[in-house]
Design a binder for this molecule. Sequence first.
Ligand code: M6R
Length: 612
Amino acid sequence: MCGIVGYNGSENAAEILLEGLAKLEYRGYDSAGLAVRNGTNDVEIVKAKGRLRVLAEKTNDGKALKGTLGIGHTRWATHGEPSENNAHPHISDDRNVVGVHNGIIENYQELKEKLLRHDYTFYSNTDTEIAIKLIDYYMKKYQEGPVDSIARAMMRIKGSYALAVMFKDYPEELYVARKDSPMVIGIAEGATFVASDVPAILKHTRTVYYIGNQQIAKIGKGTAEFYDIDREPIQLEAEEVTWDAEAAEKGGFEHFMIKEIHEQPKAVRDTISSFVKDGNIDLSEAGLSEADLAAVRSVIIVACGSAYHVGLAGQYVMEKMARIPVRVELASEFRYRDPILCADDLVIVISQSGETADSLAALRLAKEKGVPTLGIVNVVGSSIAREADRVFYTLAGPEIAVATTKAYSAQLAAVYALAIQLAAVRKQINEEEYHDLIAELQELPAKMDRVLEDKERIQWFAAKYSNAKDMFFIGRGIDYAISMEGSLKMKEISYVHSEAYAAGELKHGTISLVEEGTLVVGVCTQNGLFEKTRSNMAEVKTRGAYLMGLTSYGNYAIEDTADFTVYIPRTSEYFATSLAIIPLQLLGYYLSVARGLNVDKPRNLAKSVTVE
Ligand code: M6R
């Protein structure tokens, strides 16, 4: 997720663009850049690695760049590490076309090869540079102007994009286009504003156009003309924005956490698309060949917090599906206990930030011992991503809320991919099972959307029990791993004392804590364990617990035991975590809201724990 801005008017563009970018920094901020045109002069481009203020300092808050037409970008790396070279804007070889991009171009490799055949050269590792040069290629080949060349490029590009582009021979115009990435166009008297999100333009106007998928706009000074992908002019209706600026930054959601909960289907879809190619799992981008995986004798997953819980769910999936031994360790323990590791182990370090001190130390320890390492990381170019032998990037986009949701879900998708691929190379699943699992995986985002549709019931439940003091989450197998993450969400943001217990372990001590009204959540997604966990739920109920049941549609017998039930769509039992976690995230979130707490920034916690 990156942020785009554009301006065409009569004031100094760079200052306005920087102000707009500041409102989009929540979308990612590993580097930023500006391109400004001053009439027919050559375009001026300034880029900087790091936070936006580095770019602001470099350009004297934009005053050093002269021109009334321009584009800007704040980047969250997906292709190519964060660096000045990879920062946007990107420009064609002869400086004819310059542009910024948000999104992911899936067939960038194929497009790059095409352009190389036509003597284009490349200076960055970004898919954006390819998009800009493809537009330049069509501009020169057909000589039918900007709308035509953008449309032709759009027909070739697979993936998602929002593009803002300027052309040397059209010094008074800006062009934008989008598919599956957001873009809004704001119109004021004598000036037009472009942005990935409304907050960036609210200071200037509330009259906006939401450009549709596969549409193109030609932006003048206070004007916008629209075209479809066949270059036919189309009419769009202007709308008035009624949100206040703060609400707009969160896309209309009250908190970043709930926004990110809703972004999970996209995070999972994007991550899955990064490794499913032509119906098969291809981990070559993570540097993992089938031979590499076949050589692995056992897996050790090391992580902290929620990422550790991904490891726990992953352990059940990998061991059962691929019949490979898997150990899951807390990074803070692993690093100090002189772990036994072998050269044919694979150490997987899972981390959203890629900067967690204990996880990084664990990674270094594994490397010192000569064991191959793989990072499953969300932040491109982070320390773990740089130091691991191989990196599997999750595509969750920047996560702002301290409590992780979408990064956790994207990490799960990555772990499923490894499990399926390990199972295939170890011949634990046949061809048909392999493709069935991939198909099931691809259906997860739509099923996650369905779980989100049921959020009002959980909101109601959370409001009713907002005074809860103690809470228990119980389950067996994968359901125990789900319980651990549900319980962490609860204590982290709602400050309710909560514990996750392996359901069969309750009788060995914990059940003595259950009294009249204690809230217990029973997680039952695994058919073979359903009756076992249900009988543990019955045990706590007879001791006065109020019971919430969480299971798949069809398991209606749970209503004989639970006082309140939440159902999730049926999926492969291997992937149940991805659906069952959503109601538990929502429960933690709504309880925190009902208690009037600071949901996005809970007390005593930091998003990235860079000290041990
Ligand atoms: O950035 P990381 O994934 O390495 O962070 C690990 C934990 O600090 C993190 O998952 C933490 O537990 C979350 N705040 C939980 O919501």
